[in-house]
Design a binder for this molecule. Structure first.
Ligand SMILES: [Zn+2]
Length: 509
């Protein structure tokens, strides 16, 4: 067997309990065929072998982010960053929009993300009139950090058909000038409507540019696989992503869920969970519970998808929704066993002991977001009711119970940096320094498993991904430091230095 690549002189954390540590990895084609000591170097090196000297650095399996949203990430990466670290006031926002407008053909939408008036001087939101000054010839939409509010300028409001005569839409609000009734551009809970119904889909050029940015973003964070969890994923989106894979625009391996409104489209094409190959496969059916369907309806949907061969992935954050997902699984289980089908609870934000017990019995898995502890811990501690706090984003308890927990970012909700997630799972420290449930802290090895073998397990790929051992795909990351050796607070500063996918060096610092 010709050896294509050897990594030598490495501190290999294999995540394979049969051989936890090693010095050398040998790769042939897209897979690992040998893991062992440096003494084997000579025997394994051929004339054409590329030898990478790791100089003692740490080598781990490539990260797998088990839940993110790639099209939203693309949108964010193509947008102007208006987060507090980039702008101080409304004038800065106007300047940023003006700059983007000067480089964008008139009439083309301009997006900005993550403004937050709380952090702006004067605590003032930008309005349509501010944006009109900056970009009178482009429709502009700025989204609030919370995604609950957005601001449109006049051309954008016109395209959306929103004017002084527009009635308040149900469940949403149009802010207005009190004297004239004229909308001031600020819309509450209308962002999804604007994005899906008013703005055109990405042009091919935008998509190509955005995919290139997302690709680099994944690779520089060592993400060799990700699982796309968007409920609006339909067959055409599946085809779009397949196209990006075929063009080589996205190097990371992708497991893409089907949105529950569209599962029949996939079934008609004979696609179900596991269809595809190790570069691009169909995952679970994503079912939202926040706009909760009636339990009876949810049960029926879950049973139909299950019987059609799909894995299920329930979006469930609050205790009631986690309970509703479990009730649906119990219903399905009465008709056709769910054990072994690895039904996913996405987020599982509040999980008291009785629900955790049922998750265990049903053989369900949890896909959690450790970085939320860091980015939102302070907010949780001040807003979550005392009675729910002990059950918030627990990780150690389910792991000790034998429930498989996978790690993810829900990007672009928070940055998709697995090392930040590992840091948060180990320390449970919020950005503010407060600690959220110290009794739920896990070890570095456990935290690594969330993003490697456990993430592979929840998409039925643990035989080919998630550990460095013979026969598995050569998805490998070289780190600047050993997360098991540095002080916990330094884990988030560790950098990815090289990302290898299928035996190819896809990215290098
Ligand atoms: Zn999500």
């Amino acid at each position: 067997m010709p050896t294509d690549i050897i990594l030598k002189n490495a501190n290999v954390i294999t995540m394979d309990s049969a051989r936890p540590r090693a010095e050398l990895i040998a790769v042939s084609d897209d897979s690992i065929f040998f893991v062992g000591g440096d003494s084997e170097l000579e025997r394994l090196t051929g004339r054409t072998t590329k030898v990478i000297d790791c100089a003692g650095r740490t080598v781990i399996p490539g990260f797998n982010d088990a839940h993110l949203h790639v099209f939203s990430l693309v949108r964010k990466l193509l947008s102007i960053d208006l987060s507090p670290s980039s702008v101080r006031n409304v004038e800065d926002i106007k300047e940023a929009v003006r700059k983007k407008a000067s480089a964008t053909p008139p009439g083309t939408w301009i997006s900005g993300t993550d403004y937050n008036e709380f952090y702006l001087e004067g605590k003032r939101c930008p309005t349509r009139w501010d944006l009109d000054e900056a970009a009178p010839a482009h429709p502009v939409v700025l989204s609030h950090r919370s995604l609950h509010a957005c601001v449109l300028n006049s051309p954008a409001l016109e395209l959306a058909g929103i004017n002084a005569d527009t009635p308040e839409p149900p469940g949403a609000r149009i802010e207005r000038d009190l004297a004239t009734g004229e909308p001031n551009g600020i819309l509450i809970d209308m962002l999804n409507y604007i994005r899906s119904e008013v703005m055109p889909p990405f042009s091919d050029k935008e998509l190509a540019a955005g995919a290139a940015l997302a690709d680099k973003y994944f690779l520089e964070h060592g993400i060799t696989s990700f699982q796309e969890a968007t409920v609006s994923n339909d067959l055409s989106r599946w085809e779009t992503v397949c196209g990006l894979k075929l063009q080589g625009s996205l190097h990371s391996r992708i497991t893409m869920m089907a949105g529950s409104p569209y599962w029949r489209e996939f079934k008609k094409r004979n696609l179900k969970t596991g269809s595809g190959d190790n570069l691009m496969q169909l995952g679970a059916v994503k079912i939202m519970l926040e706009v909760q369907p009636e339990q009876v309806e949810l049960n029926r949907l879950a049973l139909e998808c299950h019987k059609a061969g799909f894995q299920l992935a329930f979006h469930a954050v609050a205790e009631e929704t986690v309970a509703a997902a479990i009730t649906a699984l119990e219903y399905v289980n009465k008709h056709s066993s769910v054990v072994g089908r690895r039904q996913r609870i996405e987020h599982c934000g509040e999980c008291p002991p009785a629900l955790l017990e049922k998750i265990k019995q049903l053989g369900a898995v949890i896909v959690t977001q450790p970085p939320f502890i860091y980015y939102s811990g302070e907010r949780y501690l001040s807003t979550v009711p005392e009675s729910q706090l002990p059950w918030l984003y627990r990780i150690k308890s389910p792991l000790e119970k034998g429930v498989v927990v996978a790690g993810s970012s829900d990007a672009p909700v928070v940055p998709a940096n697995p090392l930040m997630g590992i840091y948060a799972a180990v320390t449970r420290q919020a950005e503010s320094g407060q600690v959220l449930l110290p009794e739920e802290c896990i070890t570095v090895e456990q935290a690594l498993s969330l993003y490697t073998n456990n993430a592979a397990y929840v998409s039925f790929e643990e035989k080919i991904k998630g550990a460095l051992s013979p026969g598995r795909l050569a998805d490998i990351v070289i780190l600047s430091d050993d997360p098991t050796q540095v002080p916990p607070e330094k884990i988030k500063d560790i950098k990815v230095e090289m990302t290898i996918i299928g035996g190819q060096v896809a990215w290098e610092a």
